[in-house]
Design a protein around this ligand. Sequence first.
Ligand SMILES: Nc1ncnc2c1ncn2[C@@H]1O[C@H](COP(=O)(O)OP(=O)(O)OP(=O)(O)O)[C@@H](O)[C@H]1O
Length: 360
Amino acid sequence: MLTLKKIAITHFKNYTFNGFNFDENVVGICGLNGKGKTNLLDAIYYCCFTKSYFTSTDALNINFDKDGFRIEAHFYNNDIPQKIICINRGNSKKEFSVNDIPYEKLSQHVGTLPAVIIAPDDVDIIIAGSEGRRRYLDTIICQLDADYLQQLMQYNKVMQQRNSLLKRFAEQGMVDATLLDIINQQLITPAEIVFNKRTLYTQQLIPLITSFYKNIADNDEAISFEYISPLQQNTLANWLQINKTKDAVLQRTNAGIHKDDIHFTLNAQPFKTIASQGQRKSLLFALKLAQYQLLKNDKGYSPLLLLDDVFEKLDEKRMYRLLHWVCKENNGQVFITDTHQQRLEAIFDALDIKGQIIAL
Ligand SMILES: Nc1ncnc2c1ncn2[C@@H]1O[C@H](COP(=O)(O)OP(=O)(O)OP(=O)(O)O)[C@@H](O)[C@H]1O
């Protein structure tokens, strides 16, 4: 089992120096708006993923009045203590260690402390652009397959280099075909590995999502989920050849795994255009619980579940069922934020669980 026992947060977002001990498997984090509930969840997320869920620019995670931050967290992973220390000194390279041994590459850490977060804006995964859907898949696969993240980072790096090269060629009014060919070759291998792994893991996700959706929505609506990639029609090598002129004119790479998407349908219609608010919420929870289940199946223990403001999304009956499933059936640790302490306490009572309340 994976549990977080305590965390000390120094100069991370609105925290100056705060320590929290977690004695129970269900931890309610309560407080008024702006008190730091989400930031506490994000500090936990940071320890699992070496980055914030909400802020891609790391400098914004440092308290506005300070020059760096430090997070120290004590986990137990199947009874083995894991002390995580993460330090950002305000320069570009952050330091990350487990049991006082620093990682050479931060990517080595991802997946060792599996976690799933559900946050208010996550419904964008369903209704907004494809980037959020790729991020959803990547977050799952990175935690299951250490090589995946390496390949994805390599692909993104080479694609950026290729795009810069295309810009340079346009400025100079000439194309160095040999150089372009070398960079094309470097792009093909990571693209194919990422594509194959996305194909494999979406196959595993589909039945889980369908079954969780049925359960949450409490009806028999037919939803489906399909992974879409340009690499299904052609190899990347062929695409780069087909798009040679287009890429040169637009000065960017027009086909590749950075164009992948997931299509959801409801009764054979595009989900995002016809689904109600309630159906979107049900699908969001189905996506996240499928992620939880897949991680659990692979690791053999439950990931942490971080629930930010989910009462806005679920009625009390569904909330009860969700917590029952996580806490009673999966024995997982869950952190849940809410502005209403009494609402959380009432749910704990109804579930007959000894939850802990942290009042900020
Ligand atoms: N780098 C930073 N330095 C200082 N304060 C920050 C920083 N980043 C965010 N904050 C502040 O942290 C405060 C708490 O934010 P947080 O989202 O955690 O609150 P919350 O308790 O979850 O609120 P809500 O109930 O509205 O969701 C906000 O007022 C925000 O402005």
